[in-house]
Structures are given as C-alpha cells and as structure tokens.
Design a protein around this ligand. Structure first.
Ligand code: ADP
Ligand code: MG
Length: 281
C-alpha cells in the first residue's frame, strides 16, 4: 500500500473581506496525483508559491482538501476520526527549529510527543534514548536546546518527531536557516533514518545538492506536479528546470554547458566523479 496517495488533490485558499464576502481565491494545489511507496526518499522542488508547503500541510492533516482526496497509509485525511493517527503516521518538521522547540532540556523536548500520545513513561525514555542516538544527539541529552547550533536543533526536532514512531516524516525546508555544516548533518541524518529505520522521507528543499540522492523527485509549479522522476531523469532537463525558475546542481550545469559546446557527455550528470569519468572516456 502507498504511504501517501492523492486523488485529484485540490486546495483553495479563500480570502474574505470585512463583510465575509469572498474577495479572492488562490488555487494552491491543483488536481495533484502522487503516489509514494513506503520507505522511499522523496524530494519536492518548486519555486516560491508553487504549493509545496500547502501540500506538506495536507500530508500532516493541518489542511484538508477542498476537492479530491489524500490518503496517508490508507487513511483519508478528511475524516476527523483519522486525525490523530494521521498526525502520528506522518510527522512534520518545519523550517525554523526555534518555532518548534518548546522544552528546556533536549531529552524532555524529545519526550514531549510520546507523552502527548499517552505512551507509558518507561517506554518514553527508551524511545528518547534511541531517537537521540539515531540523530547523533545523545551526547546532548541534558543540554538546553537554545545552546545548540541550528543543525543540532533541527536534529533534536527530528528526534522529537521520531519518538512518535511515524512511518513518514515530511520536512518543509528544514535546512533553509542552517549553515552548510548544519545542512549536511541534517540531510545525512535523514538518509540514515531512511535506510536503517525505513522511515519514508518527504523533503522539501531549495538546495539542489540535497536532492541528488533521493529515490524520486516531484517538481511543482503553480499548484501542479509538472515533473516526476529519479534525480537523473529530472536533471536531464536543464532547460525545462530553468524555465520553472529552478537551479540544477552545479556539476550538472557544467556538464550541460560542456555538452552544448560539443563535448560528448551523457545528460543528467549528478556528481563530480561522474563528470570526471565521463570526460576521461
Ligand atoms: P511554497 O511552499 O511552494 O512556496 P505555498 O504552499 O506556501 O507555496 O503557497 C502556494 C500558494 O498559496 C501561493 O500562491 C501562496 O501565495 C498561497 N498561500 C499560501 N498560504 C496562504 C494563506 N495562508 N492564505 C492565502 N494564500 C496562501
Ligand atoms: Mg513553502
């Protein structure tokens, strides 16, 4: 079964004036059909306003469809009685770690989610220990979150979601506020969780470097999914991506330019190693 599946998912933000009359409608998601298998590492790309955050909020049932349906692990998110289970199945991590960290000590922060779910306290502390180890933050369990770097805070936020044993984690630009080191730590952590714990990862990001190792990429534009494929398939379309106001990884761009100037290279080169090999052949 799919972990996330949509059927013509459509969402409209409706603006109203002082008299409650509709003054404008923005179709943020427009008949989207996606199907994500459990255990996949998914990346979602798209320029500002393309609908990525709106889609993410649907997966966590923070928003429900105006039209169409979204299923999380087979549960219809529009059905109120699925709400808690949906939120536990698909955890969410936001851009700014400071807005999602509420505890004063790291381990209490991670315990917060399972406490709310009514998990017995002995099991809570087992989960806290495991999740902090999973994100390589166990050494900081007694630290105050506000003493941590941005990358460390984000990893604590991820541990807090993990402690609720989600099958899927949706991350909405989790590295946007981090330095390059912090970004690297977070992305490596996500790949590790994906491989070792088989947690489905849905990563929204602007950084092309962060998506080259994904299993699949969805590209959004104006509320629609306009491209879908492996990183190699997606990055073989440099010109289309540029038309969508998206970058491509630096090395992909370099290979693309070399190819245009007549050097024989395959499309969709994703790493320096690949480029070197291709050039030496
Ligand atoms: P992204 O995350 O890709 O930048 P969003 O999902 O935030 O895109 O936004 C999609 C569209 O919906 C944009 O046109 C945006 O202006 C609009 N939008 C987002 N949030 C709201 C809101 N709370 N009220 C009205 N319109 C919104
Ligand atoms: Mg957004």
């Amino acid at each position: 079964m799919s972990i996330v599946k949509t059927d013509n998912l459509t969402f409209e933000y409706i603006r109203r004036d002082e008299d409650e009359n509709v003054s404008g409608i923005t179709t943020a998601i427009d008949k989207v059909n996606i199907d994500i298998a459990p255990g996949q590492f998914i990346a979602i790309l798209g320029h500002n306003g393309s609908g990525k955050s709106t889609l993410a909020k649907h997966i966590n049932a923070l928003l429900t469809p105006t039209e169409g349906t979204l299923f999380v692990d087979g549960m219809d998110t529009s059905d109120d009685k699925n709400l808690l289970k949906v939120r536990q199945t698909a955890g969410m991590v936001f851009q700014n770690p400071d807005n999602q960290i509420i505890g004063t000590v790291v381990d209490e922060e991670v315990a917060f989610g399972p406490e709310n779910l009514g998990v017995p306290s002995e099991e809570i502390w087992q989960r806290v220990e495991k999740c902090l180890k999973d994100v390589n933050m166990y050494a900081f369990k007694d630290a105050s979150p506000n003493k941590l770097s941005g990358g460390q805070k984000q990893r604590v936020a991820i541990a807090g979601v993990l402690a609720m044993k989600p099958k899927c984690i949706v991350l909405d630009e989790p590295t946007a506020m981090l330095d390059p080191m912090g970004r690297k730590e977070v992305i490596e952590t996500l790949h590790e969780l994906n491989k070792k714990e088989n947690v489905t990862i849905i990563l929204i990001t602007h950084y092309m470097k962060e998506v080259v190792d994904a299993d699949k990429i969805f590209v959004m534009d104006s509320g629609k999914v306009v491209m879908e494929g492996t990183p190699r398939e997606i990055f073989s379309h440099v010109e289309e991506l540029k038309a969508l106001r998206l970058d491509v990884p630096q090395v992909t761009e370099l290979a693309f330019e070399l190819r245009k100037s007549g050097i024989r290279l395959p499309l969709g080169i994703l790493s320096i190693d690949e480029l070197v090999k291709a050039l030496c052949q």
